[in-house]
Design a protein around this ligand. Structure first.
Ligand SMILES: [Zn+2]
Ligand SMILES: [Zn+2]
Length: 472
């Protein structure tokens, strides 16, 4: 650790985090009310704006679009602009994001210097500042302490958070000890403005000027407009990736997976996965998914420039996927009518059951549960006569193969007709006792506490036809 990096280490808090100590500019006065904590009005709006960022994100790109009108785009400059676009984009995705913010792999010093350089060329702040905010984003996703919370609006999460001033105290605290100990990070932070101007504008201008004699084209296309596209593309990780797509691993927070976001952001679009497994060097885990950042890191590993690539076990990833599927299934199951739960049904004596059946109610007892089939008799697929013959009787055996072994669908339909439980109803008693003793595998609750009724385990399903007094 160099002496300059130890000087930037802030005091550590008991939870392992450190305060963010600005290394450049004047020290913030934390006792003063921060402008972002006051409402925006016509008289103070200009104080809310971060003019430096606004210049880089809005004014310079606008000037570039205007300039493009007079500067013809040459083929070689266009090709270089695209190549440089990918390099500076990788500086953010593979460098700022996966290497420094998440330490999902380790890089040799030459690779670090390359990533810090092209990352600066993307003009999105220093590694130290960017990674600190990004760690807060992961730690406090969707809350007040999330620096680019999508809950404040899509536009805010895209660039509002950069264009408007932010109270440095509000963003959640994170540990950046490792960044303060990285000489490349500290050097880039201290010399950030020089890095930006050189990598963002001077280098692409000179390259196109010296190689293709297209100085102005290099400045406008490979410089300004390329910066604008890289910025807008990588900002999509904070906006689009929290707004568009599926949530195969966890849907409690906003991150989502979508191929469009992946295409725009060099593979950062599998963001639901990324928030669940942030220290995995991959964002896309399937080989056919678009994640050029992952491919680049893997290629660097092959070249001996990157090592210790972190990866979660497939077992852990699949567990998350199964749990989320289960949750979706539970939600769907909860919308269906599975019949009144047995414990909520009135207990009816055998004599009352027989008496009510004689008084015109079409009641049938199956496995200790009483069903009112009055409205169903005319629709019974086996005909009116057979179902009518079971009224006022224990039809457990008839229903379960004595006369006809009813389908799974029939058991499900039957459960919606249940109106009571028979006193002394043997099957239900066994079922209830086992449930009480906590050893019945047929009785299960989903995550919301709703009972799960699996095919073949309905209470009316009796595997061995029982000999009942009436059926015999
Ligand atoms: Zn995110
Ligand atoms: Zn991240």
């Amino acid at each position: 650790m160099s002496s300059s990096s130890s000087a930037v280490q802030a005091k550590a808090f008991p939870d392992g985090t450190t305060d963010y100590v600005p290394l450049r500019g004047k020290k913030a006065d934390f006792n003063k009310v921060h402008i972002s904590d006051t409402p925006m009005t016509w008289s103070n709006w200009h104080k809310h704006v971060n003019w430096l960022n606004t210049t880089f994100i809005i004014f310079i790109p606008l000037a570039g679009f205007v300039g493009a009108y007079w500067v013809p785009l040459q083929l070689y400059t266009a090709i270089f602009s695209v190549i440089y676009y990918f390099n500076t984009g990788l500086g953010i995705t593979a460098g700022y994001h996966r290497l420094w913010a998440h330490t999902s792999y380790r890089a040799s010093t030459p690779l670090k210097i390359y990533l810090a350089a092209v990352g600066a060329g993307a003009v999105e702040g220093s590694i130290r500042w960017w990674s600190r905010d990004h760690r807060a984003h992961h730690r406090y996703t969707d809350t007040e302490k999330d620096p680019y919370s999508v809950r404040k609006g899509l536009l805010y999460s895209h660039l509002g958070w950069m264009v408007l001033k932010q109270n440095p105290k509000r963003a959640g605290r994170t540990d950046i000890t490792d960044l303060n100990e990285d000489p490349v990070v500290v050097w880039q932070h201290r010399n950030y403005l020089k890095c930006v101007i050189f990598m963002g504008l001077v280098f692409p201008t000179c390259f196109c000027g010296l190689m293709f004699n297209d100085w102005l084209g290099g400045f406008v296309y490979a410089g300004i407009l390329r910066i604008c596209f890289v910025q807008q593309a990588t900002f999509c990780v904070n906006s689009l990736a929290h707004w568009l797509g599926d949530q195969p691993f966890d849907d409690r927070n906003s991150p989502r997976d979508h191929v469009i976001t992946a295409i725009v952001t060099l593979g950062e679009g599998y963001h639901n996965f990324h928030h669940e497994f942030p220290s995995d060097y991959r964002n896309a885990i399937e080989w056919w998914q678009y994640d050029p950042t992952k491919w680049a890191i893997y290629a660097w590993k092959m070249l001996g420039l990157a090592y210790d690539l972190k990866q979660f076990r497939a077992n852990e990833i699949e567990k998350g996927r199964v749990q989320q599927l289960q949750k979706k299934l539970d939600q769907k199951r909860a919308t269906l009518d599975w019949g009144t739960p047995l414990e909520q049904l009135p207990v009816i004596s055998w004599d009352d059951f027989v008496a009510e059946s004689k008084n015109g109610k079409a009641l049938v007892a199956i496995a200790g549960v009483i069903h009112d089939v009055t409205d169903f008799i005319k629709d019974h697929p086996g005909g009116k006569a057979l179902i009518s013959s079971a009224i006022g009787k224990d039809a457990t055996s008839i229903f379960n193969g004595g006369v006809y072994n009813h389908s799974n669908a029939a058991h499900n339909l039957l459960s919606t007709m249940r109106v009571g439980v028979l006193r002394g109803g043997c099957e239900v008693e066994i079922w209830k006792r086992a449930q009480f003793e906590n050893k019945d595998v047929t009785y299960m609750n989903d995550s919301a506490g709703q009972r799960i009724h699996r095919a073949g385990t309905q209470v009316t399903k009796v595997s061995q036809p029982v000999a009942s007094a009436d059926a015999a």
